[in-house]
Ligand binder design. Structure first.
Ligand code: NAI
Ligand code: K
Length: 353
């Protein structure tokens, strides 16, 4: 079972409790081989402590791989606060949490995730230095969706080059599912590059936005219609699990590259995609622009430097697609191998002296 940290290879798992503020949190540190573990704090009403633990172990491991491939000198960690962010979030709870982060002495840096926002990180920062994703006014990187979208676009260019020979989406039809913070920026990059965009969202405000900003965008009813549509590239930018058995069997796109985390509904989908001749640019590779943006805060935020680093997602994606071909494995497997190699090679250096 993945519930047991012993069997998952995590370095450290910390249970935090502050009865007065109601804080119950778990901080998972998968690896500090490349540097301090960085990953966001998810504030979520888990059904049980076992569910919270399961999530934090999974997510912290994922961050180690994402940060390794993003070329960051950072390991992988994540935290979960077990509670309802609408009801349970308070200054004292966030500050109690900040004190636990501080107590780890820099082994773990936190950031935003589902249920936590830039303003929350500003509060956490009143108790710890080891926090990113703060507001611009507090020296932070602000909204990370800007470079997330930029990085997804770069990864998509690499995938387009791999399939059609040229690193551009010009003349392609790209389906953007989810016009949220990332989807909006991505749509802008695609249109500028000369792609035609097909979009969908469940929120009428997002639809109104795109009708106004980009009247040339075609709309479809839902994600199912998107999958069945005549598109070259599918960009899942809403929730996880966009690629399930029923989607893969009808998908008409030749490339999948999008921002959503955990796009594969279950292990084995990457193989089904490869068997159908669909090139899947792994989610955690192409959506690393956000963590690149917040990680830059540790050095004192510089947007241009962070953008350059996110631009390299193009090179990384290319390298992964080539390795996948060379080793005869799906890109998701090649990405894991490359991440593991960097953690082992560079991590070893850090134990020499
Ligand atoms: P968001 O919450 O701003 O946007 C999500 C959009 O998807 C919303 O407009 C929502 O109405 C729409 N949506 C929800 N369910 C849908 C469905 N069934 N069909 C179509 N649209 C649907 O979130 P954001 O920040 O744009 O993130 C998008 C995805 O990218 C998420 O999965 C997130 O975890 C991931 N991601 C975001 C990063 C960031 O920096 N914002 C970084 C890395 C990953
Ligand atoms: K995130």
């Amino acid at each position: 079972s993945t519930e047991d940290p012993d069997s998952t290879g995590h370095e450290q798992v910390v249970f935090c409790q502050d009865k007065q503020s109601g804080l119950k949190a778990i901080i998972g540190i998968y690896s500090t081989a490349l540097g301090p573990a960085l990953g966001g704090t998810r504030f979520y009403p888990y059904a049980s402590e076992a569910d919270a633990l399961h999530d934090v172990l999974d997510l912290s491991r994922g961050m180690a791989y994402k940060n390794a491939l993003a070329g960051l000198d950072l390991g992988g960690g994540k935290a979960v606060i077990w509670g309802d962010p609408e009801k349970d979030k308070s200054e004292s709870l966030l500050r109690a949490y900040g004190r636990f982060v501080q107590s780890l002495g820099g082994r773990y840096y936190t950031a935003c995730d589902v249920g936590t926002y830039v303003a929350d990180m500003d509060v956490v920062a009143r108790e710890t230095r080891f926090v990113t994703g703060r507001s611009v006014e507090h020296g932070g990187a602000g909204d990370s969706s800007v470079l997330t979208a930029w990085g997804v676009f770069q990864g998509m260019r690499a995938a387009a080059e791999h399939v059609w020979g040229s690193p551009t989406l010009a003349g392609r039809r790209v389906g953007v599912s989810g016009l949220g913070k990332v989807g909006k920026h991505l749509t802008a990059h695609l249109i500028e590059d000369g792609a035609s965009v097909v979009a969908t969202d469940v929120d009428q405000r997002a639809i109104d936005w795109v009708r106004e900003a980009y009247p040339q965008v075609d709309l479809v009813d839902d994600a199912a219609a998107m999958v069945a549509a005549d598109i070259d590239v599918y960009a899942p930018c809403a929730l996880g699990g966009a690629l399930a058995d029923d989607t893969v069997s009808v998908l008409r796109a030749k490339v999948v590259a999008g921002a959503a985390n955990n796009q594969l509904a279950h292990p084995g989908i990457e193989k089904q995609l490869a068997d159908r001749g669909v090139l899947y640019a792994p989610d955690y590779v192409v959506n690393a622009g956000g963590v690149i943006q917040v990680a830059d805060e540790i050095e004192g935020f510089n947007f241009e430097r962070a953008k350059l680093r996110a631009t390299r997602i193009y090179d990384t994606t290319r390298e992964i697609l080539r390795l996948a071909d060379a080793e005869g494995v799906p890109p998701a497997v090649a990405a894991d191998r490359l991440a593991e190699r960097r953690m082992a090679e560079i991590g070893r250096l850090r134990t020499i002296h």
